[in-house]
Design a protein around this ligand. Structure first.
Ligand code: SAM
Length: 269
């Protein structure tokens, strides 16, 4: 009997109906599926049953040994590739895969945000379907005016379509986590995949830098926050041009206005 290890964020999904709902929510094409953290292989089994080709990254060597035995024939038939390593280290070195893929995972909560951010920026990754803390799912999917609307929501919704599909009760896991979870679906926009949006990594990095400044002090006005990067008078002119109230707080602004300000940043210095 393998015991769940806290340090690897292990909460195994036990509810059969939730596993089925996750599989049903996946894109119907036959692109590669990457699973992060297969654990005891419950979701992996469903994926293979749905005739998906799967590459799975698992950090825990004890679980890896168990998975190698349980999926011996699927590995031999090359329907499953099991890579026993820290997925974040692979991303640090480059891509998870040479071919385009869909990411699916019941993510370890301690690195969930980090993994989603990596996958968002990974051009090979076409969609993301993950189970994460409800609070984190809300941050990624929040719309302008929502309490959780943040730099993270703007980044995610600038390059993809985000949607919380359903919540999952603590009792669906063994051991149960401390918080309620949600299944979040993220579909990359065609314009991002085709590099019409953020055509190079530098532009994306600049946009992230701009957003960090905009939300630097979320309770202060956007005008005040952006003054850490730009000239106040130039900002006031652009605010007037784009009909942005000078007393607007960062979470009140539509995403399209952030895009306008960013695109015209040359006029702000
Ligand atoms: N997919 C299984 C399930 O649904 O029951 C397990 C999910 S459990 C929440 C998270 C899994 O991610 C564990 O198997 C854990 O060992 C693995 N994991 C944690 N950190 C990882 C990392 N950096 N790279 C790859 N796998 C990781």
């Amino acid at each position: 009997m393998i015991k769940a290890k806290k340090k690897f964020g292990q909460n195994f999904l036990k509810d059969e109906s939730i596993k089925k709902k996750i599989i049903q929510s996946m894109p119907k094409d036959d692109d590669l599926v990457i699973e992060i953290g297969p654990g005891l292989g419950d979701l992996t089994k469903e994926l293979l049953h749905a005739r998906k080709r799967v590459t799975a990254f698992e950090i825990d060597l004890e679980l890896c040994g168990y998975l190698q035995k349980s999926f011996n024939s699927e590995i031999k038939e090359k329907r499953l590739r099991l890579i026993c390593t820290d997925v974040l280290k692979v991303w640090e070195r480059g891509f998870l895969s040479e071919e385009k893929y869909h990411l699916v995972a019941n993510l370890p909560y301690y690195i969930a945000t980090n993994i989603i951010l990596r996958a968002l920026e990974d051009i090979k990754c076409r969609s993301i379907l993950v189970m994460i803390q409800k609070e984190v799912a809300e941050k990624f999917s929040a719309k302008s005016g929502d309490k959780s609307f943040s730099a993270l929501s703007i980044l995610a919704n600038s390059i993809s379509k985000t949607e919380i599909l359903f919540d999952v009760d603590k009792d669906s896991f063994d051991p149960p986590p401390k918080v309620v979870s949600s299944v979040l679906k993220i579909e990359k926009l065609k314009e991002f995949i085709d590099k019409e949006l953020f055509c190079d990594q530098k532009e994306l990095e600049d946009f992230k830098h701009f957003l960090r400044a905009a939300f630097g002090q979320p309770r202060k006005t956007l005008l005040k926050n952006l003054q850490t990067l730009f000239d106040k008078n130039a900002l006031l002119k652009q605010f007037e041009l784009f009909e942005i109230p000078s007393n607007a707080r960062p979470h009140q602004l539509e995403i399209s206005k952030y895009h306008l300000l960013f695109k015209n940043r040359d006029h702000l210095s």
